[in-house]
Design a protein around this ligand. Structure first.
Ligand SMILES: C[S@@+](CC[C@H](N)C(=O)[O-])C[C@H]1O[C@@H](n2cnc3c(N)ncnc32)[C@H](O)[C@@H]1O
Length: 522
């Protein structure tokens, strides 16, 4: 069975040594300063948008960690999850609803955000989640966790808090615990870092009023003006477009936050190493093989597996990536020498977002497997069941040993490019009736509070302003015709039947109260 390519400091590779000084940390300008801490000030004055992040879905984290060689990541259906900087809990709450036997804890120093999170937990009847108001700088863990989520924090807090967050990671992970930490990366982020002060100055200058007056509109205007005559103009356009896409709700907390420090991977790996932590790989399998890199380049880079930091830095340079969601485990965590592609037999698979791998080199069984997967629609089903169905379709043409190996290798490669989604357990998308539409209690609470919904794949679902009133009324008691009449009166532009079908497709309409939990099967 074929061996997996090294995804980082994973199995069989030497972990980055501590104190690697080839990529020196940059000097910082913002320090933590009590009541004058600009980060704290931002979160007390402005409300951070409620977001859920598919990359932090523990079902996917378990797969990514296992693929990277961690022997026994905890089962999402029975584990302890901690989130640092959880804001109003939009990320953690849907996971707590999906896994009622697991325990979830969210920490944030914003009491407004934590109040909102507690209200949502109460409204949804969740008794397996708690939220604490605490400054991470002084917080002490009381028990280990199996999954630690640190999303949107590390690059955006002063240095003292960065150090503390890394210290806590080193202290809080269970023996097979996994931390997922997001941060902006160098050198990909460097152009953006140079663009930010200029965009800020233009947005503040009366002389540049024609550019719109907000950082988002200035970025959009610059994207329009940049042209594409030179590589610089091309890159600048891309950076400004991406800034504008983030929108005015997110930009003050992201590119234009009081602290926004991109890191070299080497710096991150060094911090982790000093705390007894090991880099496993990226949380999204496809990020271990960044888009745009020619497959031939992997063959040429293969010898660099002996120097994982240089390997990762070279990938970051070649791909120009600006962001990572890196997984860490304890250095003494049980790792497999080298994982094989047979690991996929333990997971569930569904259709991913990316195109299928080149059909030319694929084994004949892969074609049948693709047909099986297409018939499954949006669901994610155990790989063994999908293989059995494939074998059934092939009849006498299925050679159990050869074909299951070939298919495992193909599924693994398809997952590495994002054409197949792998999860730790099956996910059957709920198919509620559109007769009397019903949203989960949590999503009804979100819509009553003007917050986006979260679908079963843990993705944020936004709808135009005002539509949340219609969503909040989807409590299973109001017939669709009545909602349609309301929609026709209040939102004449809305094609209600089509919208309802869209909600059903995304798995937002559940068959019955409590049905939101029932869509996972072990
Ligand atoms: C950018 S938001 C990220 C929220 C969420 N994790 C997400 O990714 O959507 C950062 C969060 O970290 C919190 N935070 C920042 N510094 C903190 C500290 N020292 N202690 C506790 N929370 C902190 C902020 O209040 C804010 O809610």
């Amino acid at each position: 069975m074929s061996r997996t390519r090294p995804s980082g400091g994973g199995p069989g590779t030497i972990f980055p040594r501590c104190g690697d000084s080839r990529f020196p940390p940059r000097a910082r300008t913002v320090q933590k300063g009590g009541v004058n801490d600009p980060v704290r000030q931002l979160y007390s004055e402005q409300r951070y948008p409620a977001l859920s992040h598919p990359v932090t879905d523990i079902s996917r984290l378990a797969v990514a960690a296992r693929v990277a060689g961690l022997q026994r990541p905890a089962m999402p259906s029975s584990c302890r999850v901690l989130e640092f900087g959880c804001a109003s809990g939009h990320n953690l709450l849907p996971l707590a609803a999906r896994y009622p036997k697991s325990e979830f804890t969210g920490i944030d120093y914003s009491d407004t955000a934590i109040r909102a999170a507690r209200q949502a937990a109460y409204a949804a009847g969740l008794d397996n989640i708690r939220f604490e108001v605490a400054d991470l700088e002084h917080w002490r863990p009381s028990h280990p966790c199996d999954y630690l989520i640190v999303h949107g924090v590390l690059s955006w807090v002063p240095d003292a808090v960065k150090a503390r967050v890394m210290d806590l990671c080193g202290q809080v992970l269970s023996d097979s615990g996994v931390a997922c930490i997001s941060y902006n990366t160098l050198p990909g982020w460097s152009l953006r870092r140079d663009v930010v002060p200029l965009v800020r100055a233009l947005a503040a200058s009366p002389a540049a009023a024609g550019l719109g007056g907000s950082v988002g509109s200035v970025a959009a205007a610059l994207a329009g003006m940049a042209g594409s005559a030179t590589p610089h103009a091309y890159d600048l356009k891309a950076v400004c477009k991406s800034m504008a896409r983030k929108g005015s709700e997110v930009l003050p907390f992201d590119d234009f936050a009081p602290v926004c420090d991109p890191l070299y991977f080497a710096q991150f790996a060094d911090w982790a190493c000093r705390r007894g932590l090991r880099y496993l790989g990226e949380a999204r399998l496809q990020d271990n093989l960044p888009e745009g890199l020619d497959p031939a380049c992997w063959e040429r880079l293969a010898p660099l597996a002996a120097d994982p930091v240089l390997f990762q830095q070279t990938i970051d340079l070649l791909s120009g990536r600006t962001h990572r969601n890196s997984l860490l485990c304890r250095q003494d965590a049980p790792l497999e020498e080298a994982t094989t592609t047979a690991v996929v037999l333990h997971f569930a698979a569904g259709r991913g977002d990316a195109a299928w791998p080149e059909a030319s080199g694929e084994p004949a069984v892969a074609k049948v497997f693709r047909e099986v997967l297409s018939a499954v629609g949006n669901d994610v089903l155990p790989v063994r069941d999908l293989m059995e169905e494939t074998a059934g379709r092939l009849g006498g043409g299925w050679d159990p040993t050869r074909h299951s190996q070939e298919l495992a290798g193909w599924i693994f490669q398809a997952a590495r490019i994002g054409a197949i989604e792998l999860r730790s357990e099956a996910l059957v998308i709920p198919r509620g009736s559109a007769g009397r539409p019903l949203l989960s209690a949590l999503n009804r609470h979100f819509s009553r509070n003007g917050q986006p919904l979260v679908d079963p794949r843990h993705a944020t679902c936004r709808f135009p302003a005002g539509h949340e009133q219609l969503l909040a009324a989807m409590d299973g008691s109001t017939p669709a015709e009545e909602l349609e009449a309301r929609a026709a009166r209040d939102f004449p532009e809305l094609d209600f039947p089509r919208w309802l079908a869209h909600l059903a497709d995304r798995g937002l309409l559940i068959p019955e109260e409590g049905g939101v939990e029932s869509f996972i099967s072990d």
